[in-house]
Design a protein around this ligand. Structure first.
Ligand SMILES: Nc1ncnc2c1ncn2[C@@H]1O[C@H](COP(=O)(O)OP(=O)(O)OP(=O)(O)O)[C@@H](O)[C@H]1O
Length: 484
């Protein structure tokens, strides 16, 4: 049977009109094309198509604004948006405008044909998704690679829902940032975003952390304490390193997800769990299910919308963009403004980034304070890249000396060093402190008590600094174990 659905395409690029029309006609559709919004309006007066495919930037206006208006007037008309502005913001704006799908340019014709088929199928089922209200258009995630655009499309689709999301990817690929983007762009954004890292807390305390505990529930429980589920009420609960969750806690979490209710440890009161769950792991949960370390039923409960973040080495075209973003950020924090020479950029693009975006971010922060010149040369990076090869083991001395000496030189030359904004001192201290703490943790097998003793620090002071610096001994221990 031939499907003679009517597809209307708006694009000012004649080549795209021709190619897309051919491809969709081969699928058996009747295709009409126009180049402007004015022509689109004229076409629509003659009758609605079954699917509208529109570009964003058109000679006489914005395709997304048009899509939003059409969506309000004809909610059953599926609209597919094509865009060369490949950012998360465009993907989310397209979804807000009520678009059925969003395809970043260049797209392949099979993907478009598939999207059209999906749109037609939805049309016959009837529309049910509601667009979200307006959002702040700052850019939470950087990257324009096709792999990241797939990620943006999934995020754009889930922000308007409460569906559970499972984010997977190597360490430092941005899993927490994705969880935050889902929260910040969604309708729960005014309520709290609460994170709990399963690898960072003692196993026996996980349930109390999640569900809270009553006074006297166990030794040391002097008062009633609200758990993360309660703290996140109305918002999002981010369960990081979910693969490290002990079995008993998995069973309890599953029950909560099934019933939507929980009781605190040692408590009788039933509390409703009004949270959106985003879980993340750098392990392969499916393999953990196979080996019996992770409950299969919980895996399916969490894996409702999977988002797999690609490692940085598989999206090298994002490296320069990210590097510039981190250098800009450093400059905004009062550090010297630096740029990359083409050679330096090439070197970064060739690196394998075992620590992913986090490794690149740390490197850019370090090179921002190295050397006198505004331009970062390949030579400046070679040593530093060597240091970070393999999982980042701190090599404090060389860097540290350089960073401090660079600042002292600036002071000696009476150059402005932007002390007044207060961040410089903190950054400098953290540049000294981080490698020191990391080296001491390494030496003492990531045991906080022993590392604190060796540094002459109180254990609580060390814990506070670890929190502030975002150093996680449990995660480090895990990586150290994996590397052995
Ligand atoms: N696409 C991105 N754009 C901008 N910054 C990013 C991006 N991805 C990651 N980052 C930055 O890299 C750092 C690491 O990201 P994040 O903590 O989200 O990674 P993760 O995958 O959760 O790591 P881990 O598994 O080690 O917890 C953060 O400082 C984050 O802001």
């Amino acid at each position: 049977m031939t499907d003679t659905s009517r597809i209307l395409l708006v694009d000012d690029d004649a080549a795209i009109r021709t190619v897309v029309a051919q491809a969709l006609r081969r699928e058996g559709h009747a295709v009409q094309t126009v180049g402007t919004l004015g022509q689109l309006r004229a076409e629509l007066r003659a009758g609605l198509p079954d699917v509208l495919v529109t570009d964003v930037v058109l000679p006489d206006g914005d395709g997304l604004e048009m899509a939003a208006k059409l969506n309000a007037e004809f909610p059953d008309l599926p609209i597919i948006v094509l865009s060369a502005r490949n950012t998360l913001t465009t993907a989310v704006r397209a979804t807000e405008a009520g678009a059925f799908d969003y395809l970043p340019k260049p797209f392949d014709l099979d993907t478009l044909a598939l999207a059209v088929r999906g749109a037609l199928a939805r049309r016959s089922r009837g529309a049910e998704e509601q667009p979200v209200d307006a959002i702040d258009s700052s850019l939470p995630l950087i990257g324009r690679s096709p792999a990241m655009q797939d990620v943006y499309r999934v995020i754009a689709r889930v922000v308007a829902t409460d569906l559970t999301v499972l984010v997977t990817g190597e360490s430092g690929t941005g899993k927490e940032l994705v969880a935050r983007a889902i929260h910040d762009l969604g309708r729960r954004r005014r309520a709290p975003f609460i994170a709990l890292n399963m690898a960072a807390i003692p196993r026996e305390l996980i349930e109390a952390e999640l569900f809270g505990h009553e006074r006297g529930a166990f030794t040391g429980a002097a008062q009633r304490s609200a758990g993360k589920f309660e703290q996140a009420a109305g918002g999002t609960l981010f369960l990081d390193e979910i693969g490290d969750m002990p079995m008993e806690a998995q069973t309890r979490l599953l029950r909560v997800l099934q019933s939507g209710e929980f009781t605190s440890v040692g408590g009788a009161r039933v509390i409703r769990a009004d949270v959106r769950i985003v879980a993340a792991t750098n392990k392969t949960l499916a393999a953990q299910v196979q080996s019996g370390q992770f409950r299969e039923d919980l895996f399916y409960r969490l894996n409702v919308v999977p988002i797999a973040l690609p490692p940085l080495r598989e999206r090298r075209q994002d490296v320069a963009l990210l590097a510039r973003h981190f250098l800009d950020q450093a400059a905004r924090d009062g550090l010297p403004r630096k740029t990359l020479t083409p050679d330096a950029q090439e070197l970064l693009e060739a690196h394998d980034w075992p620590g992913n975006v986090r490794e690149l971010e740390n490197l850019m922060r370090r090179v921002a304070v190295l050397g006198r010149d505004a331009a970062i040369e390949a030579g400046d990076l070679r040593g530093a890249l060597g240091d970070t090869a393999g999982r980042t083991t701190a090599q404090p001395d060389a860097d540290l000396g350089d960073a401090v000496r660079a600042w002292l030189r600036r002071v000696a030359r009476e150059e402005p060093v932007a002390m007044e904004d207060g961040t410089l001192y903190d950054r400098l201290i953290s540049d000294v402190e981080r490698p020191l703490i990391e080296a001491m943790l390494d030496r003492h097998g990531n045991n906080q008590l022993r590392a604190a003793k060796a540094m002459g620090l109180n254990r609580n002071t060390l814990r506070k600094r670890l929190d502030e610096l975002g150093i996680d001994p449990a995660v480090r221990a895990y990586h150290a174990e994996k590397e052995r």
